[in-house]
Design a protein around this ligand. Sequence first.
Ligand code: GDD
Ligand code: MN
Length: 399
Amino acid sequence: MPVDGASLSQSQSAGSKAGDAGEPAAVLHAPELSVVLPTFNERDNLPVLIERLDVALAGIAWEAIVVDDNSPDGTTETARQLANRDPRIRVIRRVGRRGLSGACIEGMLASSADYVAVMDADLQHDETLLPKMLEKLAGDGTAGNPGADLAVASRHVDGGAVGDGLSAMRASGSGLANRLARIFLHVDLSDPMSGFFMIRRTQVERLAPQLSSQGFKILLDIVASAKGSLRIVELPFVFRERLHGQSKLDTLVALDFLGLILSKLVGDLVSVRFLMFMMVGASGVVVHMVALFSLIEGFAMNFQVAQTAATFVAMTTNFYLNNRLTYRDRRLHGWAALRGLLTFYVVCGFGVIANVGVASLIYQEDAGRILIGVAGAAGAVMGAVWNYAASSVLTWRKA
Ligand code: GDD
Ligand code: MN
């Protein structure tokens, strides 16, 4: 690995000389640019990428921050070996957590450089774009050209292309998502789903508290949260084909996207996770009704028995969906899933008590339609909030 040996040994010897003279020791070049590389099973791609970065960023003081979610293929080990040979490489290993957005946020916040870039570690992003992005951000120091806050690598401006990087299905889904982002979030970017961008670190620090660590739409989240306060430039690039390994983004990312749009629309009052939990809850009502009618009409069950059975059916599908979607990053498997299901039944049981309790507090004898509606809705909300809060602690507690 080509280590920046020259500048390293120079500054080290300068350091000892300065130390002898009683002056403060000279420091290694502080990086001007941090390149955040989220990884999950990128063992074979990472060394190639670092070599390419070294070439593309010649003359720039850069560092790479690899954020690995404990990849089973041993990417962390590979990254550590690279870091042992090259001090410009840093590694964050996250255990018990999964997610592209969260990894990117954590990597960006670990930087002290003026500029941070985020790019995929699977060689699909063209690293030769990085110096051009840096140029756009740095400006020329004059008032006339102070530089942008954010440079986005776009596949959809002149000169950019999806290349062979996306399947036709993904490409059309991506087009639809772009239109939704424009309509609902007023994000006017040609490629808001791009995972390749560079931003001033001060802006990341400012926006970080509003960003959702769930999902993978980190750029869209940044731009939507900034509400028009960023100076943005777009640069064309061609999305390359993946060489080793496979994409980790499945069809479920579409749900993340909808969740992000909804949560931004309601002004970040509720989290993407809560919204997802509510959507699953709503699906549970449908499941419940279908089960109830089938049991009564198909199996001639009496109402009480059918109602109880339908409740368990709905709780079970809710558990399954929440485990697959809402808590994808903390998904329970095997015995842990069974234990989770049982705690979920208990949580929902108390949820019913909370629901009925609150509803009866509001309800009065001879209440009119409106009051009945208010009481019923308040009870349902109370039950849902309870279920969400309690299950996040009991069922899908953090590892
Ligand atoms: N730490 C971490 N945790 N990294 C992850 C995770 C995760 O849970 N999931 C994926 N990554 C890393 C991958 O290792 C890769 O370096 C990068 O994130 C992108 O993941 P891919 O699985 O290769 O995504 P893709 O090629 O399907 O999607 C790309 O294109 C999309 C637009 O079509 C990404 O750039 C997306 O961000 C982008 O929206
Ligand atoms: Mn990829």
